[in-house]
Design a protein around this ligand. Structure first.
Ligand code: XIL
Length: 365
């Protein structure tokens, strides 16, 4: 064990075994109230981080911090209860040739998580980005394409069955108006039916994993989240094993906070789904170091996200995307913006981290 994580605030109880739905993680909580005699069930929100690597870091001097930087691993261990491979389970990394899988990078993350009793989210199986050239070459019949997806899902989900508790099965399949995205190579050819099949195949490969729809710009109630609600309802009515709705949570301080977040999460929970904040960050426009005003606005945004999740009973996890700031995807994708994660370039916690911890009822750390 390289490091120790601190117990969550579930601090009121002695030796209660918490089982978080959908995340196969059990936490024994020690603690506090000498008068507590009956075990009371306390919900704990898993606080996770993506494990950076591949993707935007490929050309940088720190492309694989998980493999090469002990301080990075220590940050994960010291502060988080869950991990999401940031790119290591995307098609271009895990399935680079039609007959070639490379499970190495994801395997080491899953093994590390297991060793340290951390939950893992799988990301992702059906997406329009980061697909290998062989897949998008447009040389397959519809049936062949369908078989390719089925084999991929069966192999990837099957490999980690019982070890990855949640999967983002379908990522970003709707556009901002709520229409199916034609850029998705599977949906373009096979229509919405392939989404239902993807969930069915994932469920066959691991009946215990909770299977998510996941997207950005769905924090607030609006046309896009409305369309997801309708889609989730339709899929559930057809018996498709959708188990969760993931809100990525890529926020920006220059836009208003999505104040309907809690109500939005709740309406998905009301369908019987788990919900999760899957890629949380809050970026800002930067000309130098963040100002105190920016840091405190950011802390406020993180706090409000955590409050919304805590208020919705089936909100199981919050995952920060790519901490610390040096490893974040934001500067490479949003010109002039950065500072989006709760850890600064030196790996020190920012006010956003304190507000997250406090709101989730965790001990500082
Ligand atoms: C990003 C990664 O962080 C980058 O490293 C990569 O270059 C591109 O993808 N929505 C998603 C994530 O679902 O997979 C994306 O991750 C960020 C937006």
């Amino acid at each position: 064990m390289i490091g120790r994580r601190r117990p969550g605030l579930a601090v009121l109880l002695v030796g209660v075994l918490l089982v978080v739905p959908g995340l196969d993680r059990r936490t024994t909580v020690t603690a506090a109230s000498p008068t507590a005699t009956d075990p009371v069930s306390v919900r704990q929100v898993i606080l996770g981080s993506s494990v950076v690597g591949f993707g935007h870091l490929l050309g940088s001097g720190h492309a694989q911090p998980f493999e090469t930087d002990p301080a990075y691993r220590q940050l994960l261990l010291d502060h988080f209860d869950g991990l999401t491979p940031e790119n290591q389970l995307k098609w271009e990394v895990v399935h680079p040739g039609q007959d070639h899988y490379d499970f190495g990078p994801a395997d080491s993350i899953v093994a590390f998580a297991e060793e340290h009793h951390m939950a893992v989210r799988g990301h992702t199986l059906l997406w329009h980005n980061q697909n290998p050239a062989w897949l998008v070459a447009d040389r397959y019949t519809d049936d062949e394409l369908r078989d390719i997806l089925r084999d991929h899902i069966t192999n990837v989900v099957g490999r980690y069955a019982g070890r990855i508790g949640q999967w983002d099965v379908a990522n970003e399949i709707l556009d901002d108006a709520g229409n199916l995205r034609a850029e998705n190579p599977f949906i373009d050819r096979l229509g919405i039916g392939i989404v239902a099949d993807a969930f069915r195949w994932a469920h066959e490969a691991d009946p215990n994993a909770v299977l998510f729809l996941n997207d950005y710009n769905v924090e607030a109630i609006g046309p896009k989240s409305d369309a997801y609600l309708a889609l989730a309802r339709d899929l559930l009515a057809a018996g498709v094993p959708v188990g969760g709705f993931g809100v990525q949570g890529h926020l920006a301080l220059q836009y208003p906070f999505p104040s309907t977040l809690e109500a939005n999460l709740q309406r998905f929970a009301d369908l019987g789904l788990d919900v999760a904040i899957t890629e949380l960050d809050a970026r800002m426009r930067l000309t130098g170091d963040p100002t105190d005003t920016q840091l405190s606005a950011q802390a406020d945004a993180y706090r409000r996200v955590a409050e919304a999740c805590m208020a919705v009973k089936t909100c199981t996890s919050i995952t920060v995307w790519g901490a610390p700031d040096t490893h974040s995807w934001v500067p490479g994708f949003f010109t002039g913006e950065g500072g989006a994660t709760p850890f600064d370039a030196d790996g020190n916690p920012k006010p956003a981290w304190d507000s997250l911890q406090e709101t989730l009822g965790r001990l500082p750390g």
